[in-house]
Design a protein around this ligand. Structure first.
Ligand SMILES: NC(=O)c1ccc[n+]([C@@H]2O[C@H](COP(=O)([O-])OP(=O)(O)OC[C@H]3O[C@@H](n4cnc5c(N)ncnc54)[C@H](OP(=O)(O)O)[C@@H]3O)[C@@H](O)[C@H]2O)c1
Length: 245
């Protein structure tokens, strides 16, 4: 039976992944900020044949992070797959107007992920097996005027994961960086996104599971975001700064 840790377990993408893993009778340790929502996820997975324990985490209380892993490893014994999925899409204009909001959002989207990954890596390394999937974003590939606070946080996560992948490879642990484009989740609700560019969480989840199986390092999902982001990265700076992307 696989042992799966999910941080940000109430995320729509995380739930879609968990439902796929639940088909294999997985044992989950689910971490999130809202006890009632976590319990709904737990019940949903139990109805699909899995077992799950929950842990409520206040992501701002960084001193409580070690307890997450104490309890997770006490409950599961080992972690075969860890998925880090929490994140928020801040209002860029608010971040420009208030440096405290900007830093709070940066700390959630980058700082908390890096802190959790640092603690998790130390716990997983002695296992000499397992995989960690981290939800970054295509937004981290180039800073855009409409979301560069979020983009810079995801860039930090992506670069951290590049290094962590090379570091943990020596211990037999795989690190997957997931770069979704637009996904139809509460995070994007109400945004003016053309339907053709909006993927369903289930599609992204299946891509994540396949990428973990093939031990891919970086996943663009859906696949067409890889060439789109290549083009966006290639636009000369003199042109890019005149576009309102
Ligand atoms: N949707 C997209 O288009 C898209 C694209 C690229 C990357 N991503 C990334 O994919 C990951 C999952 O997002 P999603 O699309 O599945 O969105 P989602 O369904 O809105 O999930 C967001 C998750 O982050 C948690 N969260 C939000 N704000 C938080 C805060 N201040 N403190 C602690 N937890 C917080 C949410 O908890 P609650 O349930 O308690 O609110 C939820 O678990 C995120 O890292 C996101 O950046 C999403």
């Amino acid at each position: 039976m696989s042992k799966v840790l999910i941080i940000g377990a109430t995320s729509a993408i995380a739930i879609a992944c968990a439902r796929e893993w639940a088909k294999e009778g997985t044992a989950f340790f689910l971490v999130g900020r809202n006890a009632r929502d976590l319990d709904d996820v737990r019940a949903d997975l139990a109805a699909r044949g899995a077992t799950a324990q929950t842990h409520v985490l206040d992501f701002a209380a960084t001193e409580t992070y070690p307890a997450v892993f104490e309890q997770c490893f006490a409950a599961l014994g080992r972690v075969d797959i860890a998925l880090i999925a929490h994140g928020s899409l801040p209002d860029q204009k608010q971040c420009e107007a208030d440096a405290d909001i900007a830093m709070r959002e940066f700390m959630l989207n980058a700082g908390s992920v890096i802190r959790l990954l640092t603690l998790l890596a130390a716990r997983m390394e002695p296992q000499k097996s397992g995989a960690i999937a981290v939800l970054s974003s295509v937004a981290g590939d180039r800073g855009r005027p409409t979301n560069y606070l979020y983009g810079s946080a995801k860039a930090a996560v992506t670069t951290f994961c590049d290094g962590l992948r090379a570091q943990l490879f020596k211990s037999g642990i795989h690190v997957l960086t997931v770069k979704p484009g637009f996904v139809d989740t509460p995070m994007t609700r109400g945004l003016p996104i053309p339907g053709i560019l909006l993927a369903q969480p289930r599609t992204v989840a299946r891509d994540i599971l396949a990428a973990l199986k093939s031990r891919k390092g970086v996943l663009y999902t859906p696949f067409f975001w890889r060439p789109i982001m290549w083009i966006i990265r290639m636009i000369p700076d003199g042109v890019f700064k005149k576009l309102n992307l």
